[in-house]
Design a protein around this ligand. Sequence first.
Ligand code: ZN
Length: 222
Amino acid sequence: MNERIYFDSDALELTTSVLSCSAREDGRYQVVLAATLFHPQGGGQPSDSGTIDSVNMLQALQSDDGIIHITSGPLDLGTVTLKVDGAARELHARYHSAGHLIACAGEKYGWLGLKGNHRPGESRVVFDPTDHARPVTEEMLQADVAALVAQNLPRNVDVSQGRRVVTWGQLPPTACGGTHVRSTGEVGEIHIVRVKQKKGQLSVQYELDADEALEPAGLETC
Ligand SMILES: [Zn+2]
């Protein structure tokens, strides 16, 4: 089982070692590292991407034995340097964190955030009703999430026994393995595109401010 450095670190660069590398049928390679900074795909958000030495790291996947890294080329066993694509990480963290804020806003009206898709262009949060659920509109959620962003609440992360619990300020904490902004202001403006009720569930579609999303974050170490 590789060490998940990303669990309590925002670092984008790390020196570690390759434990195994094998060819896949699709012409790519799969690599196991002693420690990793790459967030795997999951929790409704895409995988980190980046490089391992001069080889592209295309996708990180969670498996029963830890994180598998899909790469464009082979790597020798031994010491390597990981670099996470900072711009993609930041964009995914903003979309994923926006999903948390929308879930918090929905709870206020009696809706329980169940699952989310945090890919840009198809982002939404799906809620189940509690017994005190009441109707919500785009405008209501829009105002609530805008207030949470404006408060610029700091992130709190608690890692214990392999489990990570995340929140911002005094918002209800959630056990989550995704990527999260350091403070709610970093999410930027959240646009609630559509609120739809179907088969008892509430689906909230959202987008983020595109201009901010395109700002390059670079490959800097935090
Ligand atoms: Zn999360």
